[in-house]
Design a protein around this ligand. Structure first.
Ligand code: UDX
Length: 441
């Protein structure tokens, strides 16, 4: 078992630290945010992630997991240091590497023994070289440092599950020995390992995320065409998804992708291609299609109100960019709400987990504590995030709350036929006309 330090306790860093401790390693997680560190020391997770807190508590109590703001202390015994800091999008679309560079400098300043540095953050191709150069330039002592790329593929909301049951672990090392060490670190997970060089590993992460983003944008555009042609995108997704060369996953038409990864990573990859004067316009198109998707949905609603939603009230069910997370980054709900508000509509929102809206939203939105409260007296209901609570609700009982039984299903997740029988008028995304039951009012 090995001694490991993890810099950065966001989704990726915290989950990595907790899982490595769970498989027996001794892990110290570092964050500059003192309050956050205090919370984690008490066994509380600063993010909503199913299963994370239990493992946090368990491994702290077994003395395999600790949190600190002190790099020096954390690096004292570490033979492996993970960099899992954020790489936010800068104005140009490129990934901003300031936290990565700082982490490299901190490593150079405080390590006292030979170390394998593992870059887990999603970084542009060539960043592992940059990290190595910074560390070598700024190193204080005569110790050996190797840098290995190990991109992360976990999904928010399924982070623990994905780390234990991932499809693969990618290890990019230009030398054999440090790669072997990281492979040994992950051996207890018993997952398939892909060994390659650093630049290929860095590219694998971007290429995977951009491919999935393209897949989503593709089915969303097919859905928009289905609507015009009286076809049903759900049936199309099933039909094409059964072709093993295509696969059914990530073919759910909806409001487009959000979150902290796909929007940022597609932009960063598109930026890289432009920087190297190489066409990657398939990714540009996916980005554009994604931006259009929530606008098309909102326009559909406005059209149903004959172009005037002033004074009409809407229930927004779900704020998070997807279920099982409280993450609002790039959430389609925000764009939809903004548009409706700008047209003078009243907006009520409910999300099972999201409790804090930003100041602007908090002032103008009615933030409800239950689905019933949210739907009370509204002119239409918009399902924006496919939380189980919405899917499994008693839609017969819910029918009594809104002024009108208008339901726009932005995730194609509700049983339309059943709901229509209960008196609802339902419109999904890319549904055949015969199943479309929302009437012009
Ligand atoms: C994603 C990748 O899946 C993960 O491998 C990577 O490490 C980080 O980015 P995440 O952003 O947590 O993970 O969410 P994911 O479940 O992949 O969904 C991303 C977005 O795509 C969501 O907004 C989701 O609603 C949307 N989506 C997903 C669709 O619109 N349709 C689909 O069929 C699948």
């Amino acid at each position: 078992m090995m001694n490991v330090a993890v810099i950065g306790t966001g989704y990726v860093g915290l989950v990595t630290g907790v899982v490595l401790s769970e498989i027996g390693h001794t892990v110290t997680c570092i964050d500059i945010d003192e309050k956050k560190v205090e919370i984690m020391q008490k066994g509380k997770s600063p993010i909503y992630e199913p299963g994370l807190e239990d493992l946090l508590v368990k491994n702290i109590s077994k003395n395999r997991l600790a949190f600190t703001t002190n790099h020096k202390k954390a690096f004292e015994k570490s033979e492996i240091i993970f960099i899992a800091v954020g790489t936010p999008q800068s104005e140009s679309g490129a990934a901003d590497l300031k936290y990565i560079k700082q982490a490299a400098k901190d490593i150079a300043q405080y390590i006292t023994n030979d170390t394998v540095v593992v870059v887990k953050s999603t970084v542009p191709v060539g960043t592992n070289d940059l990290v190595e150069n910074i560390i070598k330039q700024e190193l204080k002592l005569d110790v050996k440092v190797e840098v290995v790329s190990n991109p992360e593929f976990l999904r928010e909301g399924h982070a623990i599950h994905d780390t234990f049951h991932g499809d693969r672990i990618v290890i990019g090392s230009d030398k054999e020995k440090p790669g072997d060490k990281i492979e040994a670190l992950f051996t207890p997970l018993k997952l398939p390992i892909v060994r390659t060089n650093r630049r290929s590993a860095e590219m694998i992460k971007y290429a995977a995320n951009a491919f999935l983003a393209v897949k989503i944008s593709y089915i969303n555009q097919i859905a928009n065409l289905c609507e015009k042609l009286d076809a049903d995108v759900n049936a199309v997704a099933e039909g094409i998804g059964m072709d093993s060369r295509i696969g059914r996953a990530f073919l759910n038409a909806g409001l487009g992708y959000g979150g902290s990864c796909f929007p940022k990573d597609t932009e960063a990859l598109a930026f890289l291609a432009k920087e190297y004067n190489t066409s990657l316009n398939i990714v540009d198109a996916a980005i554009q299609a994604n931006s259009n998707q929530s606008e098309i949905f909102t326009q559909k609603i406005i059209d149903r109100f004959k172009g005037n939603v002033q004074g009409k009230s809407f229930a927004i069910l779900g704020l998070a960019f997807k279920p099982n997370t409280d993450d609002l980054r790039e959430a389609p709900a925000l764009k939809i709400i903004e548009k409706l508000l700008s047209l003078g509509a009243k907006v009520k929102v409910y999300d099972p987990i999201v409790q804090h809206l930003n100041e602007y939203q908090a002032g103008v939105l009615e933030h409800c504590q239950s689905i019933q409260e949210c739907m009370d007296n509204v002119d239409a209901t918009l399902l924006v995030t496919e939380w189980d609570e919405f899917i499994e609700n008693d839609w017969k009982e819910l029918r009594k709350y809104p002024n009108q039984p208008l339901l726009f299903d932005g995730r194609n997740i509700l049983p339309t036929d059943k709901l229509v029988k209960l008196g609802w008028q339902v419109e999904g995304i890319g549904q055949a006309q015969k199943r479309k039951s929302v009437e012009v009012i």
